[in-house]
Design a protein around this ligand. Sequence first.
Ligand SMILES: *Cc1c(COP(=O)(O)O)cnc(C)c1O
Length: 410
Amino acid sequence: MTKTRRSFFSWTRNLMAAGGVAGIAPGAEAAVPATDYYAKLGVTKIINAAGTYTALTASTMPPQVRAAVDAAAMSPVRLAELQQKSGEYIARRLRCEAAMVTAGASAALTLGTAACMTVGNRAAVALLPLEVDGLKNEVIVQKGHRYGYDHAIRNCGTRFVEVETLAQYEAAFTPKTVMCHFFNAAEHGQISREDWVRVAHAHGVPCFNDAAADVPPISNLWAYTQMGFDLVTFSGGKGIRGPQNAGLLLGRKDLIEAATWSSSPRDETVGRGMKVAKEQIVGMVAAVDWFLSQTDEGMQAEFRARAERIAARLKDIPGVTYEIFVPPLANAIPHLLIRYDQAKHRPPLEISAALRAGTPSIELNPATGRRSGSAGLPNAEDAIIVGVWMLQPGEDVIVANRLRQALLAV
Ligand SMILES: *Cc1c(COP(=O)(O)O)cnc(C)c1O
């Protein structure tokens, strides 16, 4: 060891001993044991037997994604370069013209709408959301596709024009039409994706498809851009298991570029508050890599095996039957549906309250005990629904035992 190196090391040691500086050189930071801030704050950790619900902090990141986030946190970079190169990489992997990482699918809806309103007219960016009289701001949508994310589009100062039939759709275009919006997992609406795109393009209007919750299957990540939708969004913090506050906006190159005009770090834009930090950008890229390394068969088999393990622990209880149910579009993975004789056991809402109140606290799917589950889940007034895909290894057994206890308790 040279003298310089030796003195460097003793200098470092002294600093560390003094409780001082870490991070002498990139990568040289000593690993510090993580403080459990949930414990420190008194926040209850839960077992997520519900699914990717934002109120339950939705997905968890796989180890590969967490490691990429951690590594990204160690070095500052130039944000514009990271935004550009991550977008190009994602576009290549997801077989579309262009892509950007947004602060979730909801942010992608706002930025994509802003893009449609300002493409070819960058000066208009500062006019959103209120000074839009001189801009195109009508968004055509099927009546059955109105949903809880309308506001993300309205944030740009748009107005919805509702249609039901194909003839109404064809007649709805005006010189103010700026975008045609499609909710991919909608349970109502009679106009197909193909017709939606065809008619919009015949009028030279871009089409947006919100497919936020619609992977797996993995191929959906390119199916809708390849079908001709000009913009498509997926949530990063659902099935893809990226950072919970990240998402993907995919699509036409000129529109993605226009979306960046309305986005952080640019001030005086509708999207300035929808900032995505370097950790989330890198985490989203790593999650795309992780998700593409999975197979649909592998994921379905794993989730089905979890559902079967839970069912196996319950099926000898008198009056209990079960079914493994895969919703058609959103969250299209096996869910465990447990039906039982309501005269013999406590009602589903009491069971879910008991699991919530116990230790560890368990959240069942919120459709449990309700007539209409959202997103393609069946009527579960007399049933329990277990969403198994966000369970950590081994948690299925805990959920099974606690369900058994709750069903057998009188
Ligand atoms: C979850 C969801 C969103 C919002 O996604 P975030 O990533 O949480 O912003 C938007 N649209 C649909 C259809 C969704 O299911």
